[in-house]
Design a protein around this ligand. Structure first.
Ligand SMILES: Cc1cc2nc3c(=O)[nH]c(=O)nc-3n(C[C@H](O)[C@H](O)[C@H](O)COP(=O)(O)OP(=O)(O)OC[C@H]3O[C@@H](n4cnc5c(N)ncnc54)[C@H](O)[C@@H]3O)c2cc1C
Ligand code: FES
Length: 249
């Protein structure tokens, strides 16, 4: 993990309420798909955790939804050439075994962004089937990146584009046909719970969790989640990716 003073190359709106931020770290930093960074925003003591979407040499791209004051300030005040303090790479990231050749990625909301990193990492080396959920047509973004795999099913709550309904439902309808060796997922808790009840036990499923974070490096315990055996884990350091049966959702 490093703390870098990153120079902003681009910070632009790419969909309703979604921005893409690309910054240069000044050196190449290896980042695994599913790892994240903590972005410092002026005026906020706590950095904001955001998944790395693309890592290309010293250039890192993250995509963020406008949520509260921190992400709004990031979108409204940071421009090309300005600097940001960023900690990265953080967390464990996704791990796919050599023998797992067919990967399904199932995402919803801001959970699609770490999964884009997984599609970029594994396609075309492996077969990748993506089921990505958005609110509506206006919130769809990064479609080009999501199409790098063998299949993309865009899902919207209102059916304004693609499949009408959740990405979990679309995935389960295809399950018998694609027969994935492993599933990587990220999204809101109800979506992950639905995935757990539908797919766990039939295929290994790894979920990336979102918890509020303080430090992002394992020191403050703000992000602790409960494991099914009763123990606790730090989402920032032991995760954010866990085997779905390992954690209470
Ligand atoms: C590992 C990880 C990866 C993430 N990746 C992305 C991503 O790629 N794109 C994206 O849009 N969002 C992502 N999030 C969620 C993002 O961190 C929050 O939306 C963001 O911190 C909200 O900050 P805010 O100041 O705008 O909102 P506020 O609600 O004002 O934030 C108040 C506090 O709560 C924390 N917080 C609020 N919502 C969340 C949340 N959902 N998860 C974690 N902390 C939260 C903030 O960091 C801040 O400390 C990720 C979260 C985690 C834990
Ligand atoms: S955020 Fe501090 S321990 Fe995880």
């Amino acid at each position: 993990m490093r703390e870098v003073t990153a120079t902003i190359l681009e910070n632009v709106r790419i969909a309703e309420d979604t921005w893409s931020l690309t910054f240069a770290c000044g050196e190449e930093i290896p980042v695994r798909a599913g790892q994240f960074c903590m972005v410092g925003v002026n005026g906020f003591p706590l950095r904001r955790p955001i998944a790395v979407c693309k890592a290309e040499g010293e250039r890192i791209t993250v995509c963020y939804r406008l949520k509260g004051a921190g992400t709004r300030t990031l979108a409204e005040t940071y421009r090309h050439g300005e600097t940001l303090s960023v900690l990265l790479p953080l967390g464990n990231g996704f791990f796919v075994k050599e023998e797992e050749r067919k990967i399904a990625v199932v995402g919803g909301g801001a959970g699609v962004f770490p999964l884009i990193a997984a599609i970029r990492r594994y396609a075309p080396e492996k077969e990748v089937f993506a089921y990505m959920g958005f609110r509506n047509r206006a919130s769809v973004c990064m479609e080009y990146e999501m199409r790098r795999g063998n299949k993309l099913v865009l899902c919207t709550d209102d059916g304004s584009v693609g499949y009408k309904g959740s990405s979990v439902r679309a995935f389960m309808e295809d399950f018998g046909e694609i027969r994935p060796d492993v599933v990587l997922a990220c999204g809101p808790l109800p979506m992950l719970r639905a995935l757990k009840s539908a797919a766990a036990g039939r295929v290994p499923v790894y979920v990336s969790l979102e918890e509020r974070m303080g430090c992002g490096v394992g020191a403050c315990l703000v992000c602790v989640c409960e494991k099914t055996g009763g123990e606790h884990a730090r989402v920032c350091k032991d995760g954010p990716v866990f085997e779905i049966g390992e954690v209470k959702l």
